[in-house]
Design a protein around this ligand. Structure first.
Ligand code: PLP
Length: 412
């Protein structure tokens, strides 16, 4: 028998979608893979150089549990620059990607019975980790407000058990970038009710088309004593596999994280730490800018193609590298005898009939959404979106749906 805990989570929905795409490729169908939660790009030179130098100098041993002091100092400077406030290395922990920073947060801050407010659609790891800590995720729907949470909705679900609000901007999967007013209101609410804010800004580099990524703590400095900033180099430098992230938080939280990490993973990989340090010490922002430009170009191409979608609103795609499509207009599939969400039906059908792999909104708690990544090369984005548009424009609409005895095989 497995531990009861294992019933609290299943493998991530995005990982399952990636696997389905890979299986389809292995069977010789090679779909255009738009499931990626990462940018498909060459490794940037300073990371390569820093890693090679570290290997050449025999870097092999444990570092400080929560990261090399010089790396933490350099990250503290980065956070200070970004927030306009002074941060010290005692407020920084380096982690194996943002995911470990979030896990540390859940383990060090949430008690059984606590409630954690999560705007939805959301990245599935947020509720999974809250549950692992014994807490209960409390979701608030954002679809009705352009995928931006409304403060009154957050306030409505707050109880004496509320422990934290999770904010992810730019957002995975919706691509929404939260405006300064919303962030200020959420911060004020958190300060008033004495709850923590977990601020995941992993996609902060990617704000498009006039939208701007804001630091919540710059808008509300008093939030700092109840704020965890979570970030990583995974998305911003297209190096997801290297596993370097960090958290910035009050010293007492970082002290608890140090103890926790000493019993879980110890330090993040030493070569990866040296590589990131080398990058940060010579950083003039040009590599991030180059990726941003590349991602933006792919976004513009995709949006142009997607503008031909019938009935389905054009994704705002303000930030990150995801188009998030609202499939509500497609209703339910006429052949679906069970209550399979429309998003699952569409994602499956796109993979098997149109050769495009996407992620169903079910992975994000949303039966009506579809996440389409444009972190891949521009020609593939164009072709993938073209296939998607032609498939979805031919999808039977609720008023024209086939009768229930029609053969599912006839439908395309
Ligand atoms: N936070 C968000 C919102 C994400 O979408 C992801 C990855 O998809 C992560 C954190 C995890 O990042 P990392 O690969 O650095 O652990």
């Amino acid at each position: 028998m497995l531990a009861h805990r294992t019933s609290l989570f299943s493998s991530s929905g995005t990982a399952a979608a990636r696997l389905a795409a890979a299986e389809s490729s292995a069977s010789g169908k090679a779909p255009i893979d738009m499931t990626a939660g990462e940018i498909v790009a060459d490794l940037i030179e300073p990371i390569r150089e820093g890693a090679i130098k570290a290997i050449a100098s025999n870097a092999a041993r444990y570092t400080d549990t929560i990261g090399m002091p010089r790396l933490r100092e350099t990250i503290a400077k980065k956070v200070s620059r970004e927030t306009g406030q002074a941060w010290s290395e005692r407020e920084i922990a380096v982690t194996a990607g943002a995911k470990q920073a979030l896990f540390n947060t859940a383990m060090c801050l949430f008690d059984p019975g606590d409630q954690v407010i999560i705007p939805t659609p959301c990245w599935g790891t947020f509720p999974a980790q809250a549950r692992l800590a014994g807490a209960t995720p409390v979701f608030i729907e954002t679809r009705w407000n352009g995928f931006i949470p409304r403060t009154e909705d957050i306030e409505r679900v707050m109880t004496p058990l509320t422990r934290a609000i999770v904010i992810n901007t730019p957002n995975n999967p919706t691509g929404a970038v939260y405006d300064a007013k919303t962030l200020h209101e959420i911060a004020s609410l958190a300060i008033e009710r004495q709850v923590w804010v977990v601020f995941d800004e992993c996609y902060g580099v990617f704000a498009h088309d006039g939208s701007q990524h804001h630091q919540i703590v710059s808008l509300a400095p008093q939030l700092r004593e109840r704020l965890i900033i979570v970030n990583a180099f995974s998305k911003s430098l297209a190096m997801t596999g290297w596993r370097v992230g960090y958290m910035a938080a009050p010293e007492r939280v970082i002290a608890a994280v140090r103890a926790l990490q000493s019993h879980t993973t110890s330090n993040p990989n030493v070569i990866a730490q040296h590589a990131v340090l080398h990058y940060l010490e010579g950083n003039d922002g040009s590599h991030e800018e180059a990726l941003r430009i590349r991602v933006r170009a792919a976004r513009d191409i995709g949006l142009e193609v997607l503008s031909a979608l019938r009935d389905i609103p054009l994704a705002a795609a303000s930030g990150g590298f995801y188009f998030y499509l609202d499939l509500t207009a497609l209703g339910s599939h006429p052949m679906s005898k069970d209550a399979t969400p429309i998003a699952d039906l569409v994602a499956r059908s796109l993979l098997s009939h149109a050769g495009v792999a996407t992620v169903s909104g079910s992975a994000f708690g949303d039966p009506n959404g579809l996440r389409v990544s444009y972190g891949i090369d521009a020609p593939s984005v164009r072709e993938g979106c073209r296939r998607l548009v032609s498939h979805l424009n031919a999808w039977p609409r609720p008023e024209t749906q086939l009768s229930s005895h029609d053969n599912v095989g006839e439908w395309r």
